[in-house]
Structure formats: structure tokens, C-alpha cells
Design a protein around this ligand. Structure first.
Ligand code: IPM
Ligand code: MG
Length: 353
């Protein structure tokens, strides 16, 4: 039975990195792809970044593969005009994708591509577990001529389920990141994470670190992290910072998964489709030049295979092909080389076993 994957190329370099990713997926399995407009492309066609039809198509799929959204064409601070990013937030919320997994494991071939010294990053292998459907991103927003506000709120149930994701993924330690010296949401976060820990995962070590300190430790001793568990906005910021350990944000994949409803029980018939996307954006500055690094997108496809479709050996095949291509010297411009998207794609496809 072939798996049904909804593909959302989006904007900027999105379509340029989606096309080779479908080629790669076809090389490892049998999939049905259903492409839809999303983000700015959907605003241009329909006036909104995510239509109900597209959200329904995603709900009916086995997994959703997204490239990137946004660009200067749709940039606006006018609260009444549609923005591509609203489509992304609507998709995350609409599919109940509360758990965002961002693995950060610099490949030895790229140790020297990182702005940090090799000795600093060698052996780094961490997973950022970011809460994705709560917090300040989704709280009430207000705006008057002279003031604005964004509410940050979390419930115990929202914190419990993401804490379970983090402890479940940890090998040895969870570093829970908050701002408990200032924020009430962070104090609740700390309490709930500690409770889930002592009740359900006493065998895993737990430490609480303030977000400013965590930002520092990420560059001073990245090796010391195993799983970083954090709320929506801290996770957004820290994952971009962590991305630089790998040499380029063009290397970082992500998976957004749902499953457990905020009331504590499994949603419907278990887990719905996950969303898989690179951490980087639509890179409008290099769009249309055929030089975008497709590797984060390829690695996101590998996460789709593993977490979305439970095709572990296919996922591993993609990951090792990427690794072998880099070992053999593949470098796109963001990694200091001059390989274009097509050349990078060929290098990876040639290494699929
Ligand atoms: C990310 C992005 C998004 C976020 C933006 C595009 C809304 O930065 O996935 O990290 O802030 O979550
Ligand atoms: Mg971000």
C-alpha cells in the first residue's frame, strides 16, 4: 500500500528544494504525492495562507512535507493583512502538532564548517523538544494605536504531554529550559516537568536551566546536552542558535507530531499525520538561483519516513546517503562550497543504497 504524502512547497526556495526531495523519496519507496499551495503562494491565489481544503487534505494524509513559507512580497505589520506564517501556525494548531523535534548532531565532515571550533562541537548530539501549539504564539493578541500585547499561557496538560515526549526521547538527561525567575508560566512549567519526571521517568536525569544561561551553554558546552525541553518561543530561538553548531541552518530538519490531546488522552484513533519541514526559511535572497542547500529538506524527509510512516530502514538510507555525500566533499554555498541544488541532489541520490 502506498503512503499518501501531502506536499507544500510554499515560497522562495521552497519549490526548488521540494522537487529534488520527491525524487529522493521515489528512490527509496512507493508514495503518492498530493501538492497544494501554501503560505504566500496561497495568499496570491486565494487571499489566505492556508485554505480549509488544504487543511482537510493534510488531515486525510499519512504525512505532510513542507518546504518553507514567507518572503518580502508578503511582509507586513498590518494586523489585518494575511501573512504566510499564519498558515504555518494554522497548520500546526489545526493538526494538533504540539511536539516539535529538532535534532542537532553535527556531522564530522562538517565540523570545520561551524563557526565554533571543532573541539567545542565534537561529539555534540542533542534533540531540541519544543512545545509548538501553546505559549505566546497562540495567546490573545491586542493592538491599539499606542500599545500592543501578546498573552503567554500554558496549562498543566499542555506541559505534561510535551514533558512526556522529551523524557521518552532522552537517553540520559532532560534539560528543561524556562525563565522561572521572572515568568509565572515558567514556574508552572518547572513544577509540572518535575512532577512528570518523578512520577513517570525517575531513571532519566533532569536539570532546570534558565533560558539566558541555556543560550550561553549551547555555545560553550554543547556536548553536555542530551534533550532540551522548552516552551514555544524559547524553543524557536534556541533551535536557530543550536543549528549553527551543524555549520549551517541549511542542515537542520524537524518533525512536528501530535497524538495526545491536551486533556490527557490519545486523540481519536491515535496519532494523526505529522508535519516535516526544514528549520530554515524560504531564503528569498537566494530564491531562483538554483543554489539552495536541499540537505535539511532531505533530512526532514528522512524524519517523515521514520516518525511519520515508520519506515526506519528507508529513513536510515536517506541519512547515510547525505552523510556519504558530505564525506565525499559535497559542499553547497552555505557550507563554503559551490555545489548547486542539482549537484547536491545528484550526490545524495548516487549514494542511496
Ligand atoms: C520556525 C519558524 C516559525 C516559528 C515562523 C516562520 C512562524 O521560525 O519554525 O522556527 O517561529 O515557529
Ligand atoms: Mg524559527
Amino acid at each position: 500500500m502506498s503512503h499518501r504524502i501531502v506536499t507544500l512547497p510554499g515560497d522562495g526556495i521552497g519549490p526548488e528544494i521540494m522537487a529534488p526531495t520527491l525524487e529522493l523519496l521515489r528512490a527509496v519507496g512507493d508514495f503518492e504525492f498530493e501538492e497544494h499551495l501554501f503560505g504566500g503562494a496561497s495568499i496570491d491565489a486565494h487571499g489566505v495562507p492556508l485554505t480549509d481544503e488544504v487543511l482537510d487534505a493534510c488531515r486525510r494524509s499519512d504525512a505532510v512535507l513542507l518546504a518553507a513559507v514567507g518572503g518580502p512580497r508578503w511582509d507586513t505589520t498590518d494586523p489585518d493583512r494575511p501573512r504566510p506564517e499564519q498558515g504555518l501556525l494554522g497548520l500546526r494548531k489545526g493538526l494538533g502538532l504540539y511536539a516539535n523535534l529538532r535534532p542537532v548532531k553535527p556531522l564530522p565532515a562538517l565540523y570545520d564548517a561551524s563557526p565554533l571550533r571543532r573541539e567545542r562541537i565534537e561529539g555534540t548530539d542533542m534533540l531540541v523538544v519544543r512545545e509548538l501549539t501553546g505559549g505566546i504564539y497562540f495567546g490573545e493578541k491586542t493592538r491599539t494605536a499606542t500599545s500592543a500585547s501578546d498573552i503567554c499561557s500554558y496549562t498543566t496538560a499542555e506541559i505534561e504531554r510535551i514533558a512526556r515526549t522529551a523524557f521518552g526521547a532522552a537517553r540520559a538527561k532532560v534539560t528543561s529550559v524556562d525563565k522561572a525567575n521572572v515568568l509565572e508560566t515558567s514556574r508552572l512549567w518547572r513544577e509540572v516537568v518535575s512532577e512528570v519526571h518523578s512520577r513517570e521517568f525517575p531513571g532519566i536525569a533532569l536539570e532546570h536551566v534558565l533560558v539566558d544561561n541555556a543560550a550561553m551553554q549551547l555555545v560553550s558546552s554543547p556536548r553536555d546536552f542530551d534533550v532540551i525541553l522548552t516552551e514555544n518561543m524559547f524553543g524557536d530561538i534556541l533551535s536557530d542558535e543550536a543549528a549553527m553548531l551543524t555549520g549551517s541552518i541549511g542542515m537542520l530538519p524537524s518533525a512536528s507530531l501530535g497524538g495526545e490531546s491536551a486533556s490527557g488522552d490519545a486523540a481519536g484513533d491515535g496519532r494523526g499525520p505529522g508535519l516535516f519541514e526544514p528549520v530554515h526559511g524560504s531564503a528569498p535572497d537566494i530564491a531562483g538561483r538554483a543554489i539552495a542547500n536541499p540537505l535539511a529538506m532531505f533530512l526532514s524527509a528522512a524524519m517523515l519516513l521514520r516518525h511519520g510512516l515508520e519506515l526506519e530502514s528507508e529513513a536510515a538510507a536517506v541519512e547515510s546517503a547525505v552523510q556519504r555525500a558530505l564525506d565525499a566533499g559535497l559542499r553547497t554555498p552555505d557550507l563554503g562550497g559551490d555545489a548547486g541544488t542539482a549537484q547536491a541532489t545528484r550526490a545524495v541520490l548516487d549514494n542511496i543504497e
